[in-house]
Design a protein around this ligand. Structure first.
Ligand SMILES: [Zn+2]
Ligand SMILES: [Zn+2]
Length: 223
């Protein structure tokens, strides 16, 4: 999952605040001292009566825990753009000194895991990819074929990031994870190949290569 997408997921998470204020994403606000435009991930303007409270929400998609330096960096930005409150969202967590610093400055720290972020963004998410653990497998290459009067069908899809494939052959019940450029032969003799462009299944009985449900439809017409 790319940082930009993580940022989108964080904005989505806070979009519910739209009912009590205005949520802006990816905007530039002038620095109160220099006038230079500063990049802000998510900016929420809460209104109550004549009053306005500005909340800066910063997404930090780090592989490691937030440290005190990360908190200081966000607080400096928050101060520069005159936010009344800062919230930092991260997938992993934070160190104890970071937590103390944040709580002293009334800055909230929140965890949104990569999986939760993908749940917010990817409607056909199948599961987290066990290979890269940084994105999800999307089930979009399932299909079926008629073989000797029987329907053979499968569920299949690939990781959005590393392209690792997951195939669930309904004929034999086998579930396989296939790394890119590798092949797996399932118990009912279908050969499954994972490529960057998609998953290929070579069904021995008809000797034809099929890729997606569209190709399967074409194949059925040919038969
Ligand atoms: Zn992956
Ligand atoms: Zn099988």
């Amino acid at each position: 999952m790319k940082w930009q997408e993580y940022q989108d997921a964080v904005s989505e998470l806070y979009s519910q605040l739209d009912s009590i204020g205005t949520v802006s994403r990816n905007i530039r606000i002038p620095d109160k001292t220099t006038g230079q435009l500063r990049q802000v991930d998510t900016w929420v303007e809460l209104k109550f009566g004549d009053h306005i409270c500005n909340v800066l929400i910063d997404a930090k998609k780090y592989q490691e825990k937030l440290d005190i330096k990360d908190i200081e960096e966000v607080l400096a930005l928050s101060n520069a753009v005159r936010a009344n409150k800062a919230i930092i969202v991260t997938p992993i967590g934070w160190t104890k000194p970071a937590e103390i610093k944040a709580s002293f400055e009334l800055c909230d720290l929140r965890i949104l895991t990569i999986e939760e972020a993908l749940d917010l963004l990817v409607p056909d998410k199948w599961e987290m990819c066990p290979h890269c653990n940084n994105d999800c497998i999307v089930m979009d290459q399932s299909g079926f074929i008629e073989k000797q009067g029987l329907i053979v069908w499968w569920l299949a899809g690939q990781c959005r990031e590393c392209r690792t494939a997951k195939v669930h052959c309904q004929d034999c019940g086998g579930i396989y994870y296939i790394n890119i450029d590798q092949q797996v032969s399932c118990n009912c003799d279908h050969l499954w190949t994972c490529t960057n462009d998609g998953i290929y299944s070579d069904l021995y009985t008809c000797g034809r290569e099929i890729k997606s449900i569209d190709d399967t439809d074409q194949l059925k017409l040919d038969l």
